[in-house]
Design a protein around this ligand. Structure first.
Ligand SMILES: Nc1ncnc2c1ncn2[C@@H]1O[C@H](COP(=O)(O)OP(=O)(O)OP(=O)(O)O)[C@@H](O)[C@H]1O
Length: 207
């Protein structure tokens, strides 16, 4: 499964356009601040509406302007991982992880709570409040919450940018395992060339 994207989104006075051809593994969206990388992720997730084009993941059409298709965000199956985690602050780690799991139909789930916590090394954190997690722990929980929602694909918006060098490497290894062991397509936003070169099989440069 992979992304097949061709879209244009108006933003202020500009129009952000991108074409992403299907490719296995991780596709990186690369470019300077303000160029429109997050806007593209938001359009794939269904949070902003393109004026033209299409968004497909494998056989599934999430958006097709010509055919009048625009699935709502909750039907798109996109696990979104933000720069700053954006965990639910009033819920425990366990309840953050189970949020999407409880909402998604059973046949879409491919990993359970025990498998996800082992995969991410966060089993000891389950009963903690997310308010007291380190940046690296919070990002692992955010990735776990996304995986447990049974996504078709992950959208990752600079998931390493708020972490120090040691923590970055740990999360990079997690992302590599999602790519290699779970074979989930990932659209990965970064403005760090070394990160992109390490992770991505396709780099799409926005300009
Ligand atoms: N809600 C909005 N309405 C109008 N313009 C917006 C909105 N959100 C962002 N923009 C503008 O759209 C452009 C693209 O923003 P976007 O956040 O997608 O860029 P980015 O490449 O992800 O930047 P960064 O690397 O700094 O996160 C910017 O010029 C921004 O100011």
């Amino acid at each position: 499964m992979s992304f097949d994207i061709d879209l244009s989104v108006p933003r202020g006075r500009r129009t952000i356009s991108v074409r992403i051809a299907p490719a296995a593994g991780i596709t990186a969206l690369f470019g300077p601040s303000g160029i429109g990388k997050t806007t593209v992720l938001d359009a794939v997730a269904g949070l902003v509406r393109p004026t033209s084009g299409h968004v497909r993941i494998g056989e599934a059409t999430l958006f097709d302007a010509a055919a009048g298709i625009a699935l709502p965000p909750e039907k798109r199956g996109c696990g979104y991982v933000f720069q700053d985690g954006r965990l639910f602050p009033h819920k425990s780690v366990r309840n953050n992880l189970l949020y999407g799991w409880n909402l998604v139909p059973e046949d879409r789930r491919f990993i359970n709570l025990g498998e996800a916590t082992e995969f991410l090394g966060i089993g000891a954190l389950l009963d903690r409040s997310v308010r007291h997690l380190s940046g690296g722990e919070a990002q692992r929980v955010a990735i776990g919450r996304a995986l447990l929602s049974g996504p078709r694909a992950l959208l990752m918006d600079e998931p390493l940018s708020s972490l120090d060098a040691d923590r970055r490497d740990g999360i990079l290894r997690v992302i590599e395992r999602i790519r290699d062991d779970l074979a989930l397509p990932i659209l990965y936003v970064s403005h760090d060339r070394a990160e992109v070169d390490r992770l991505a099989s396709q780099v799409v440069e926005l300009s």
